[in-house]
Design a protein around this ligand. Structure first.
Ligand code: AMP
Ligand code: MG
Length: 348
């Protein structure tokens, strides 16, 4: 299949072009498009055949449910049975934005979307392109990240093309995404809402609205089954084995430099995923990728997947990654780094 490319301005997308992309979606095709978090691979979320195409194109396991994206908050009513007060409060405060709510589904939502669960995940994105495209289809759009299953989520149209060119009908290129990590997922069907995936809306922001939030214990351990089925898979992994160093800032930097030195002495090709501060102290012969400044988790989230992808072009034997504080967006960053490392974590 030949993939069509559409180029649009992220703030003022050309309506004619988005209409062409919307037509493809309405007729059952797959279109990748930017959101504020990462690029999504869209399909008609009410049409089982179209949704099945997403799983085929990505090689995604069928038990990994999809998020339905809508263009107006009111459209959630057609998809869910009830909206509890706490979910309503979150929608009012953080929609449109990088927050996905899990709610009880209505029968109109196909099993292919929910992986057979009796809940559905819904999000109203903030990206103008995403909202306008969805609005033009008049449909809820199922859209997981637009990567091959197991690869990092794409934050540029080039990264989408590298994975999915020839496998999908079209790619809408709206430039790089703002947030860089996926949406926060919160289950609002439990008495106290439960955080299933940390993301663009931070735990602190959720607490501020809700007062209390449960955290899925599987988020920090790999011996429990996560409540968001997709979180059990080893996403975001570079091809070389990666070890994540966690602990106090100064200890982490010192231990990382030591580990790197040692591996170089053993004759290994070494990679490092580090802050700008630590990069300045590394030996020159190693392949390092800088994710940003240590205390700026937003900057790090934004660069994270490109940094992980950079090792595809520079093969190494082992990668050491520098952990950061879990406050704010740091929780989402550390969750992705732990998964990328396959939970090979060194506490220092
Ligand atoms: P992606 O859009 O690629 O980030 O994947 C969607 C994520 O949402 C996966 O981790 C899914 O497991 C999760 N998800 C989708 N629907 C539900 C649901 N009904 N309950 C819990 N998690 C869900
Ligand atoms: Mg994904």
């Amino acid at each position: 299949m030949e993939t069509q490319y559409f180029q649009v301005d992220r703030h003022k997308p050309d309506k004619e072009i988005l209409t062409q992309a919307a037509r493809i979606l309405v007729s059952g095709g797959l279109v990748a498009f930017p959101t504020e978090t990462v690029y999504g691979l869209g399909a008609n979320g009410l049409e089982p055949q179209a949704v099945a195409g997403i799983f085929r194109a990505k090689g995604r396991p069928s038990d990994n449910p999809l998020i339905l994206h809508i263009a107006e908050a009111s459209e959630v009513l057609q998809l869910v049975r009830t909206i509890p007060a706490n979910a309503r409060a979150l929608m009012e405060r953080y929609w449109p934005g990088p927050l996905t709510l899990v709610l009880e589904r209505k029968p109109i939502v196909p099993d292919q979307v929910t992986g057979g669960l009796d809940t559905v995940a819904v999000r109203l994105p903030d990206s103008v392109i995403a909202r306008e495209l969805i609005r033009l289809t008049g449909l809820p759009i199922a859209a997981p990240s637009a990567n091959l299953s197991g690869r990092p989520s794409p934050t540029t149209a080039e990264a989408v093309a590298a994975d999915l060119s020839g496998r999908i009908e079209a790619i809408v290129d709206g430039g790089p995404c703002d947030v860089g990590v996926e949406s926060t997922i919160i289950d609002c069907t439990t008495p106290v809402p439960t955080l299933l995936r940390p993301g663009g809306i931070t735990l602190e922001m959720l607490m501020d609205t809700l007062g209390e939030v449960e955290i899925d214990p599987a988020l920090s351990r790999d011996d429990l089954i996560p409540k968001a089925p997709g979180m059990k898979y080893r996403h975001y992994a570079p091809s070389a084995p990666m070890v994540l160093l966690e602990g106090e800032e100064v200890n982490v930097a010192a231990a990382l430099i030591e580990k790197v030195r040692q591996a170089v002495l053993e004759g290994k090709r070494v990679g490092a995923v580090v802050s700008a501060e630590t990069a300045a102290l590394l030996p020159t012969e190693i392949q390092f990728a800088v994710y940003g400044h240590r205390r700026n988790a937003g900057e790090i989230a934004n660069h994270l997947y490109n940094v992980l992808l950079s090792f595809d072009h520079n093969p190494v034997d082992v990668i050491y990654a520098e952990g950061i504080s879990e406050s704010g967006l740091g929780l989402a960053v550390m969750n992705r780094l732990r998964k990328a490392a396959g939970y090979k974590i060194l506490q220092v």
